[in-house]
Write a protein that binds this ligand. Structure first.
Ligand SMILES: *Cc1c(COP(=O)(O)O)cnc(C)c1O
Length: 226
């Protein structure tokens, strides 16, 4: 049996793009103001290639080592790839992260802000940064608590001069994501921050509705992760 067109990654990508654009228009926003980050973590180069061939250029990975293994080869074949780190960043991986990624979504503590400042100066690249906020105040989850976010932004952006462009959150799995997206949007507004990284496969339309400028969508494009 031939594969149904709707089951190919390229067809799913196209459907997600349409839904992002529709959600933006519905909210009175410019669809071009929302970047779709295709989250390719756990998928190998052969799975990523068709999505690149379909024109997608912005990808998210959650591990530095995995990205380092997969992306140099793909970048040699496809121009203008933009890589986003969406997973936790350890200080001892900061240099490689600065070398490889164009955007880092997970600045979550003062120490990593200091380390990134040092590595950016040394490497001579300045990936754009998002400060991760633990909007659900979950003990096991990374991110600055909402009440700590202003201080972390002040340190990273104002004191260290880092290119902080946005705030990022991952809502608790069992809560209404809209409440967390709205909280993140409110914090960003208070801090004079323009970008919001929020929304995954299950809730990216809600996120766009509430102002997301980056949605991070994995399984809705690539299928279920093994
Ligand atoms: C895996 C991951 C995503 C994508 O999740 P899906 O539900 O597959 O869309 C988005 N953001 C982060 C931080 C992730 O780790």
């Amino acid at each position: 049996m031939p594969e149904m067109p709707a089951d190919t990654p390229a067809a799913r990508l196209s459907a997600v793009r349409d839904r992002v654009a529709a959600a933006a228009r519905e909210a009175g926003r410019d669809p071009a103001a929302v970047t779709l980050v295709a989250v390719s973590k756990t998928f190998d180069a052969d799975h990523i290639r068709p999505v690149l061939e379909a024109g997608q250029r912005v990808f998210g990975e959650n591990r530095v080592q995995e990205a380092k293994a997969k992306w140099p080869g793909l970048k040699a074949d496809f121009a203008n790839v933009e890589l986003h780190l969406i997973g936790p960043l350890q200080s001892n991986k900061a240099r490689e992260a600065v070398e490889l990624f164009d955007v880092i979504h997970t600045v979550d503590r003062p120490k990593i802000a200091h380390t990134l400042a040092a590595e950016m100066a040394r490497v001579g690249r300045r990936p754009r940064l998002f400060v991760e906020v633990n909007t659900g105040e979950e003990p096991q989850k990374a991110g600055a608590l909402p009440r700590e976010a202003a201080e972390l932004v002040r340190l990273a952006r104002d004191e260290l001069g880092l290119p902080v462009v946005g705030l990022m959150c991952i809502p608790p799995v069992d809560e209404e994501p809209a409440l967390h997206f709205a909280l993140l949007a409110k914090l960003a507004k208070e801090l004079g921050i323009a970008e919001l990284s929020m929304g995954m496969s299950a809730d990216y339309e809600t996120a766009v509705n509430l102002g997301a400028t980056c949605v991070r969508v994995g399984s809705a494009i690539f299928g279920h992760r093994g």
